[in-house]
Design a binder for this molecule. Structure first.
Ligand SMILES: NC(=O)c1ccc[n+]([C@@H]2O[C@H](COP(=O)([O-])OP(=O)(O)OC[C@H]3O[C@@H](n4cnc5c(N)ncnc54)[C@H](O)[C@@H]3O)[C@@H](O)[C@H]2O)c1
Ligand SMILES: O=C(O)C(=O)C[C@]1(C(=O)O)C=C[C@@H](O)C=C1
Length: 374
């Protein structure tokens, strides 16, 4: 055979996404953050939002959180291989019942609700096979998609609460989802989860309400309320109805946590007359609080991303940054997404959608393969 001319190296293709079509049911703070995580980490080829509020859907689409929007379930759902239920807890089960007739039986279905035993039982009753109940231990008092950020879920503990009905393959797919989103999966039964969050989430919410009620009786108290009071009561600013639903749903476990809390308060009150004992309690409290792990999250919103494939040749990353630097495009964040024998991909975080357009043009001109995610 005559010698062949050397062919131009073909740029490596982007890593295959974990999911083809992801559906986010409830495109608010948490659903939107999951969608942004899927997006920025290239975990789904296509993200569809479904929500009871047309305004929320339009906002999610305008912010580039989802690719497509749907106002109601339908045949279109069969294309989904991932469905994330992220609506308020009181509507999670009815929402699942509306979606169930259209679900592809292979689809991984998960939720993000704050209490797990009831939803786990409800979805089993509905016959949703690949359902893995979940709860990211991260959030904010500010709801709505405008506050969604992929970084919200980064390094967060994300509890998965399989039951005896949960297929092992579904659990391992849910684990992979959580890990790929940059969070840390922790697996336990739904009841154990509900007992624990009663103490670390639902009790603090009621305690913050109690404190705000104390302050409400005298406006001079609000005047003097500084960092300490504000830190302790931040969660009282959350959506009252959602928070109410959360604590009511977990009331059995919460009653026990409240009893333990009252005992602690009584003990501390008694120790006011025993300063040495109170000092020991204060030292123990400081040790516990100081030893809580610091959760590191990126400071940058990852809304304006550009993904560049890089071949396995020297100085490819340098060539990308130099080309953009020479044109005055400011790179705010860089992440290497995948490294393989034939190359890999990296994500550039840019400030504005216009920067993404400009950078994509420059890099394409320099022979790079790019995908914009403005
Ligand atoms: N906010 C937090 O800190 C936090 C943390 C972890 C988990 N969660 C859980 O996440 C879920 C969502 O909370 P959020 O803070 O994102 O709320 P959110 O208000 O920001 O978003 C909820 C979204 O669900 C939509 N929705 C309401 N009813 C619906 C229905 N019937 N069908 C489809 N969509 C509907 C709303 O329009 C809204 O867009 C809740 O179940 C909550 O328990 C919240
Ligand atoms: O506001 C926050 O920072 C939260 O993380 C909110 C918080 C919590 O109590 O920890 C509230 C309810 C959710 O189920 C999970 C998280």
């Amino acid at each position: 055979m005559p010698p062949q001319p050397p062919s131009a190296p073909t740029p490596p293709s982007l890593p295959a996404p974990l999911f083809d079509t992801a559906v986010i049911a409830g495109v608010g703070l948490i659903g939107g953050s999951v969608a942004l995580g899927l997006r920025s980490r290239l975990l789904a080829r296509r993200i569809v939002g479904v929500d009871a509020s047309l305004d929320a859907l339009r906002e999610a689409q305008a912010l580039g959180v989802v690719d497509e929007i749907r106002a109601a379930p339908g045949e279109w759902l069969r294309e989904a291989d991932l469905v994330v239920l992220a609506a308020p807890m009181r509507v999670l089960a009815p929402l699942a019942a509306d979606l169930a007739p259209y679900l592809n039986p292979q689809a991984l279905v998960t939720d993000v609700g704050s209490v797990k035993a009831t939803i786990a039982a409800e979805l089993h009753r509905l016959g949703v096979r690949n359902f893995v109940p979940g709860h990211p231990m991260a959030g904010s008092e500010r709801g709505g998609v405008a506050h969604a950020r992929a970084a919200l879920l980064e390094n967060a503990v994300w509890v998965l609460t399989p039951t005896e009905h949960t297929p092992l393959t579904a659990l391992s797919r849910a684990r992979a989802l959580v890990e790929h989103l940059g969070a840390a999966p922790v697996v336990m039964p739904p009841g154990a989860h509900d007992d624990l969050v009663a103490t670390v989430s639902h009790l603090p919410y009621l305690a913050s309400l109690a404190l705000t009620h104390l302050v409400a009786r005298d406006e001079r108290l609000s005047l003097l309320a500084a960092g300490g009071f504000r830190d302790l009561t931040r969660v009282a600013s959350g959506d009252p109805r959602m928070s109410r639903d959360m604590v009511v749903e977990n009331r059995e476990a919460l009653r026990l946590a409240l009893r333990r809390f009252r005992t602690q308060l009584d003990r501390l009150e008694a120790e006011l007359d025993d300063p040495e004992e109170l000092l020991a309690a204060a030292q123990e409290g400081k040790r516990t609080r100081d030893s809580l792990p610091v959760v590191k999250r990126s400071l940058l919103p990852r809304r304006h991303d550009l993904v560049v494939t890089i071949s396995d040749r020297p100085n490819q990353i340098g060539a990308v940054t130099q080309a953009l630097g020479a044109a005055g495009v400011n790179i705010k964040d860089i992440e290497v997404l995948a490294i393989r024998e034939d190359g890999g991909a990296m994500r550039l975080g840019l400030e504005t959608p216009e920067d993404v357009q400009e950078a994509a043009g420059i890099l394409r001109g320099a022979g790079f393969d790019v995908v914009g995610r403005a």
